[in-house]
Write a protein that binds this ligand. Structure first.
Ligand code: NAD
Length: 299
């Protein structure tokens, strides 16, 4: 199957390169020429535009930052809907809103294009190693027919149910992870403010019941003073907003989610939106006028 891949960033770049390495014919597009070149060097073909990338493809994939970016690329006048042939399968790999995916799928269906939502989890390292999880909602036979492509860039590939359910699974996962990370930031700051050596504190927590993947991420950033973006505060903030919107649609009370969303909002107000999501720690450090992490290392 011929693949069109749009959005070659932190996640899309390595995912797309793994599809190319898997032997598939792939046309690629991104606003960044360097990102396109990295795929062309290993056998991808530059599409030059969304229109050219979608035209002629059997499967079109997007990995884009915000729901509005996906909407514009999918449904815009020069977008996928206007250029993909009937029978195309469109898969959005971004973390998107379930209701947005249903809207896109409805319009695509009128052009005989089948839509799947297939958000991914496992971070940039997982994307590079092709070990990410892919959670796919929508038509099962379309899912089955794309399995060889999914297997080229992911490891745990799950059909989650109806369209939008992949996004639901992803938003739930991320909300749990970000609540964990914020709890880690709060706890580490409390311990250090109380005079604990952060290295000793970390040795305790990572081997005790406070441990989690989220905890380890925050502790690593704190101790190494490394907040270089792999998954930005801005994207995490977007994911939390989408989870809150989902709860709104369901009239479900959320207690922790809105608090974590506000911590992220504070980080963004301090120009930390482009830093790694673990920079939520800096909100606590600013409040205490004190840094978690070895003295002398500043960032
Ligand atoms: P990113 O900002 O690194 O990459 C997005 C890419 O899309 C950029 O290269 C940008 O140039 C390109 N782009 C934007 N608008 C475009 C357009 N109109 N046409 C063509 N290209 C366009 O973002 P990312 O971190 O790769 O995240 C992408 C999606 O994956 C997001 O929805 C995010 O929430 C999700 N996600 C990210 C991670 C992570 O660890 N970074 C993990 C899981 C899921």
């Amino acid at each position: 199957m011929k693949v069109g891949f749009i959005g070659l960033g932190h996640m899309g770049g390595p995912m797309c390169r793994n599809i190319i390495k898997g032997g598939h014919e792939v046309v690629v597009h991104d606003l960044s020429e360097a990102a396109v070149q990295a795929c062309v060097e290993i056998g991808g073909v530059a599409g030059g535009s969304v229109a050219n990338t979608a035209a002629g493809a059997d499967v079109v994939m997007t990995s884009l930052p915000m729901p509005k970016d996906v909407e514009a690329v999918a449904l815009g006048p020069d977008g996928i809907i206007a250029n993909a042939k009937a029978g195309t399968i469109y898969i959005d790999l971004s973390t998107n809103s379930p209701s947005m995916m249903k809207k896109i799928a409805g319009e695509m269906a009128a052009k005989d294009i089948t839509t799947l939502d297939g958000p991914v989890s496992g971070g940039v390292v997982g994307a590079e190693k092709a070990t990410i999880a892919i959670m796919v909602g929508g038509d099962k036979s379309a899912f089955d027919s794309c399995m060889p492509i999914f297997e080229s860039f992911g490891k745990t590939i799950v059909h989650t149910g109806e369209l939008g359910s992949g996004c639901v699974a992803k938003l739930v996962n991320n909300m749990i992870a970000f609540v964990n990370m914020t709890a880690a930031a709060e706890g580490l700051m409390l311990g250090v403010a109380a005079g604990m050596d952060p290295v000793v504190l970390n040795e305790i927590v990572r081997n005790a019941s406070g441990n989690s993947m989220g905890y380890r991420g925050v502790a690593k950033s704190a101790l190494e003073r490394d907040f270089a973006p792999a998954f930005t505060v801005d994207l995490a903030y977007k994911d939390m907003r989408l989870a809150l919107e989902l709860a709104d649609e369901l009239d479900m009370p959320l207690f922790l989610g809105p608090q974590v969303h506000s911590v992220m909002r504070m980080a963004r107000s301090k120009d930390q939106g482009g830093e790694n999501v673990t920079a939520v720690l800096k909100v606590y450090e600013a409040a205490m006028g004190q840094q978690v992490g070895p003295a002398g290392k500043n960032s």
